[in-house]
Design a protein around this ligand. Structure first.
Ligand code: PLP
Ligand code: ZN
Length: 429
């Protein structure tokens, strides 16, 4: 199970030198099973030894003020006290994602009939997706646990983020992707690492292979496998930022794309923590999940009103969301139901239209995952599920330059002309 510690570490007499250094995980105190609440110490563990349920980081937070956070750096480390990272994290080599813009989207709002709409634009992170957030936390954990190799199975964006962060940190990286992945996402990894492995199979096959390697090899930190509890906490920063950028207030409604479901569950965790810490006022908010019809196992279960998520074989242009067997799907269902939200799905055609809609109204070029989120938002308004009078945030998780093929047939081709005024006039532009 644990691949980061070596066999020698595991069998050695416990000594202060062999474990993580004091304060390596900040205010985190343990890993807790999300199913049976069994606790284990902070280490390279991800499955509960009692019930094999997923482990999650738990904390003992000191009193934290808004002013202390506001005085921090303009990246995710301003929330260091709320993450499983050391107090000196700012000085470690990392790509420092976060504090991306929260844009008022009045044009888009008018188009969709939503009065008070915001776009949280995570396409401006160092490798142009929200994955830089989770990778920054995973890298910290990997280093504190003494990993020699930084790795991941990925639907594309994660591979880009791992390869880039590893390059800057000077640690060997190995990234695994499905072989049918978009070319720009492949090049975006290969530019940072020599070790890009394309597996003939879908993401779920890639993930299985990664788990096997994690079990066989010592010293490998697979960011979303054996250091997943630390990795996943990085997504909380999206929730913290949205609240802080709204003036320390929670939105009424939020729409989030769902692949494994990790991001959605952590944004909810972030909102809950902010309430508990007294940093925002307690209020009801509704969480909505967005999937593609070609890979919508969580949406299907939500609509069937069941907890049984049936794995699917993905077939959609939204490749970054193409996880047929989502690890956190069940928790996404819990959150959508608890908050009065929903999980909805849209066709590839609607996804393409969603990409164009955001571009034409707000000047933001999103990838297929963002197109999915936009299209689901539109569908939720049209079906009367989302309340158009309530303040709503839509998360754009990635950049359109990585999925150009998805929309190249959607836009008008250039008018190619001779270099003359007459030729220009003839275009009718
Ligand atoms: C990975 C990814 C997601 C979803 O992430 P999960 O936490 O696995 O649900 C959403 N959008 C983009 C662009 C991604 O790369
Ligand atoms: Zn358990």
């Amino acid at each position: 199970m644990s691949a980061v510690v070596t066999e020698a570490d595991r069998t050695a007499e416990p000594s202060p030198a062999s474990g993580p250094r004091e304060g390596a995980f900040g205010n985190a105190v343990a890993l807790v099973c999300r199913e049976c609440r069994h606790e284990v110490g902070l280490g390279p563990y991800y499955a509960c030894p009692e019930c094999f349920g997923p482990l999650e980081v738990s904390y003992e937070f000191p009193a934290i003020t808004r002013a202390e956070i506001e005085a921090g750096p303009r990246n995710i480390w301003r929330y260091q006290a709320l993450l499983p990272v050391p107090t000196d994290i700012e000085s470690s080599p990392n790509t420092e994602p976060g504090f991306t813009r929260l844009l008022r989207a009045d044009n888009l709002g008018r188009e969709l009939g939503i009065e008070n709409l915001w776009v949280k634009d995570d396409s401006t992170n160092p490798t142009n997706s929200f994955k830089d957030r989770v990778v920054a936390c995973a890298l910290s954990a990997a280093r504190e646990l003494g990993a020699k190799v930084f790795a991941c199975p990925s639907t594309g964006n994660l591979a880009n983020a791992v390869a880039a962060a590893g390059a800057r940190a000077g640690i060997k990286t190995v990234v695994f992707i499905p072989s049918n992945l978009e070319q720009p996402k492949q090049v975006n990894s290969a530019i940072f690492t020599e070790n890009l492995v394309a597996v003939d199979g879908n993401y779920d096959d890639v993930n299985k292979l990664a788990s096997e390697i994690a079990g066989e090899e010592d010293g490998w930190a697979f960011v979303n496998v054996n250091v997943r509890p630390y990795y996943a906490e990085g997504s909380k920063t999206l929730g913290y930022e949205i609240a802080e950028q709204l003036g320390w207030r929670l939105p009424d409604q939020i729409v989030i794309p769902v692949a494994s479901g990790s991001q959605l569950t952590k944004v909810d965790k972030a909102f809950q923590e902010l309430i508990k810490l007294g940093l925002v006022e307690d209020k009801p908010y509704r969480v909505f999940g967005a999937q593609a019809e070609g890979c919508g196992p969580v949406a299907t279960a939500f609509k069937a009103d069941t907890d049984a998520i049936r794995p699917v074989k993905p077939d959609t242009i939204a490749k970054s969301l193409a996880i047929g067997n989502p690890a956190d799907g069940i928790y996404v269902l819990d959150i959508a139901r608890r908050t009065g939200g929903a999980v909805e799905e849209v066709t590839d055609e609607e996804i393409r239209e969603g990409i164009v809609l955001l571009a034409r109204t707000e000047g933001i070029f999103t990838e297929t995952a963002g197109g999915t989120t936009l299209a689901v938002t539109k569908k939720l308004v049209e079906t009367g599920v989302l309340d158009p009078t309530k303040e709503t945030v839509v998360i754009n998780t990635g950049h359109g330059l990585k999925t150009l093929d998805a929309v190249s047939g959607q836009v008008r081709a250039a008018a190619t002309i001779a270099p003359s005024y007459a030729a220009f006039k003839a275009t009718g532009i």
